[in-house]
Ligand binder design. Structure first.
Ligand code: ADP
Length: 180
């Protein structure tokens, strides 16, 4: 498990880390999945590559049981070979100009992921910028929603104790810094 803590900035219970989420050693990392749960590109591909087949196997079982994961909702699987014990798969909205309920759906991703973490007694959770890659959500707007929802949830709940925002590049890090 990689040691990410030295270059994380802390904002109380919220940390900001720049790097690869597959190397982050929190109880759970969040995946920006698609509704099929069967894997894709971007962070989803990286998580399945690094975590190995156990994650996809559980995703297949969930899909067989409930037909996938609707936008805004979240499901929990093993972390397989990742340093994180679990993966929370949430499905972000595809950006469509902002008038198709994208903001509320993105907020739901954060709320439902955090609720799942709390229900499973998880102490620490790391989030990528859900929807801000292939799904095209403007990064600053997405970061504003992410920070607002995480702060609101932490105010009302003891768990998770720590939430890490993972910025994949310097621009994303800067955007989170502005919001935090
Ligand atoms: P979506 O389809 O929800 O937009 P993407 O995976 O395309 O999901 O991108 C989501 C965000 O994850 C983007 O900001 C992208 O830069 C970032 N990202 C991609 N790979 C990684 C990684 N290995 N670790 C952390 N963040 C990543």
């Amino acid at each position: 498990a990689a040691n990410w803590r030295p270059d994380a900035q802390t904002f109380g219970r919220i940390l900001l880390y720049q790097g690869d989420i597959t190397r982050v050693d929190t109880d759970a990392i969040v995946n920006a999945a698609n509704s099929s749960l069967l894997g894709g590109g971007g962070v989803d591909g990286a998580i399945h590559r690094a975590g190995g087949p156990a994650i996809l196997e559980e995703c297949r079982q969930i899909k067989a049981r409930q037909g996938g994961c609707p936008t805004g909702e979240a499901v929990l699987t093993t972390g397989g070979a990742l340093p994180a014990s679990y993966v929370i798969h949430t499905v972000g909205p595809v950006w469509n100009g902002g008038t198709k309920g994208e903001a509320e759906l993105l907020a739901n991703c954060y709320r439902n992921s955090l609720r799942l973490a709390a229900e499973n007694q998880l102490t620490s959770v790391a989030f990528p910028g859900i929807s801000t890659g292939i799904y095209g959500y403007p990064k600053a707007d997405a970061a504003r929603i992410a920070v607002r929802e995480v702060q609101a949830f932490l105010k009302g709940n003891e768990l998770p104790a720590t939430v890490v925002f993972v910025a994949y590049d310097e621009e994303a890090r800067w955007v989170y810094e502005q919001e935090l």
